[in-house]
Design a protein around this ligand. Structure first.
Ligand SMILES: [Zn+2]
Length: 75
């Protein structure tokens, strides 16, 4: 007999700072938004539904700090 247990599939994303792969639910999603002055700023997407290129960072305070200086989204 074999068991028909399937792991619940959780989408995994990678923290752009430390590159750890984590379940999406454990990451914070940011989306780049262009301001009226032409600047590109990352906006925290709490509901994870905003359109656009998403950037995920984990809950580590270190990553949060480094994300403030992260320039990878400036494209
Ligand atoms: Zn991280």
């Amino acid at each position: 007999m074999h068991k028909a247990i399937r792991k619940h599939h959780t989408p995994v994303r990678r923290c752009v700072i430390c590159r750890a792969s984590l379940p999406k639910s454990e990451l914070k999603r940011y989306v780049c938004t262009q301001t009226e002055s032409g600047d590109t700023i990352p906006v925290f997407d709490k509901e994870q539904v905003m359109p656009g290129r998403g950037y995920y960072i984990c809950n580590s305070p270190e990553c949060e700090k480094r994300f403030a200086k992260f320039r990878g989204w400036r494209k």
